[in-house]
Design a protein around this ligand. Structure first.
Ligand code: KG4
Ligand code: ZN
Length: 351
């Protein structure tokens, strides 16, 4: 079963062709990073125009690379929310138009479900599992019991993790987006212990029983440290040390919250479950390695999709379409584009 997946909910225009045997035939991602860089963040109106300009050729390129024609497809899946509404409408309407013209099923995919199920495309991970979703717009711990069976155990009370990294990067004078830049420069720290000593950072919500996160205090603490440094541009070593301290602190916070959620899952299911990480921040190798320590004890295993499937892409949307088409033949032609669409309210498939 071949499915075309389209993703346009933020600043990537993406299309992919995937089959039900988990083979990715094409996964084209056109990033708008350079367009938005000068503004220090994604400008929704500009993003929508860029999607409109490029969506046709991105879909064409994916189809060409796959070597398939539209008539070979079993369905078309497109992100229908949550996200920046202009972009969502463009990708969704493109998907609907292709499906309607070939009389194919159209699957309206929730972007977060795309991230949630991405590890089942890259790895053989069975339900149930615990999902740590960390991206520019979302931070959540989710109990995943089956397709559509999602319960959010914890979320962020303020900034998403990627958003906090991006804002902190800006404060440190790093280019946008700050997340990958912080990872890159943190390696340059000369004395990791001294970096942690120089730049102590709070551990928001430490020891609290709930599974929520709070990251805006960390961003403020970064700003306070920067304000205390000598005036003028920061030295590369200062930035490296601060980036290192921030990344380690975040690693500690994620680990503590995951241990709590994994213990909840172990009690509920009577055995340790896999920990799956997804979303753009899951591309961070240091955070992956910190969370890997949980495997074997708290978690059955750590499953982290390859970097190309962590950040926004069409393959995860095509795959979510396949997971849904396995149970049902959704013809979601009347599905609306949704700026908000919480995971907990999706149609649950029978398990
Ligand atoms: O999932 P994604 O591509 O887009 C959505 O937000 O849906 O995630 C983008 C976010 C940005 O905030 C970016 O800074 C962050 O993921 N990010 C990283 C890394 N790579 C991307 N954060 C930390 N370390 C990284 N290596
Ligand atoms: Zn995303």
């Amino acid at each position: 079963m071949y499915v075309l997946g389209i993703e346009t909910s933020c600043d990537e225009t993406a299309a992919a062709v995937v089959d039900s045997q988990k083979k990715i035939y094409a996964n084209i991602v056109l990033s708008q990073l350079e367009t938005h860089e000068v503004y220090g963040g994604v400008v929704p109106e500009i993003a929508a125009r860029e999607h409109l300009t490029h969506i046709d050729k991105v879909v064409q390129a994916a189809m060409k690379e796959s070597g398939l024609g539209f008539d070979d497809l079993a369905g078309v899946a497109a992100t229908s929310g949550p996200g920046l509404i202009g972009g969502v409408m463009i990708g969704m309407m493109t998907g609907k138009a292709i499906a309607a013209s070939r009389d194919l099923p159209f699957v309206a995919v929730n972007h977060l479900e795309g991230h949630t199920l991405s590890a089942r495309l890259s790895d053989d991970v069975d339900f149930p599992f615990l999902l740590l979703l960390v991206s520019g717009g979302h931070t959540a711990l989710v109990e995943v019991a089956g397709v559509g069976h999602y319960v959010t155990l914890g979320t962020t009370l303020d900034d998403a993790l990627g958003e906090m990294f991006d804002k902190s990067g800006k404060i440190m004078g790093l280019p946008y987006p700050g997340g990958p830049e912080i990872e890159k420069i943190s390696i340059e720290t000369k004395d990791p212990d001294f970096a942690l000593e120089r730049f102590p950072l709070p551990r928001p919500m430490k020891g609290r029983k709930e599974m929520n996160f709070s990251f805006s205090g960390l961003k403020t603490a970064v700003k306070n440290h920067v304000d205390k440094l000598p005036e003028g541009p920061l030295s590369r070593q200062d930035v490296a040390d601060l980036a290192y301290a921030l990344q380690e602190t975040v690693g500690g916070v994620l680990k503590e919250r995951c241990v709590r959620a994994l213990s909840f899952m172990k009690d509920k299911y009577g055995k340790p479950v896999p920990l799956v990480i997804a979303g753009g921040v899951a591309a961070n190798k240091r955070l992956r390695s910190i969370l890997k320590d949980l495997a074997g004890d708290s978690a059955a295993e750590l499953v982290a999709p390859p970097l190309a499937l962590c950040s926004d892409n069409g393959a995860m949307i095509a795959w979510a379409g396949i997971e849904r088409l396995r149970y049902d033949t959704p013809f979601d032609f009347d599905a609306p584009a949704r700026p908000r669409w919480p995971l907990d309210y999706l149609t649950a498939q029978k398990t």
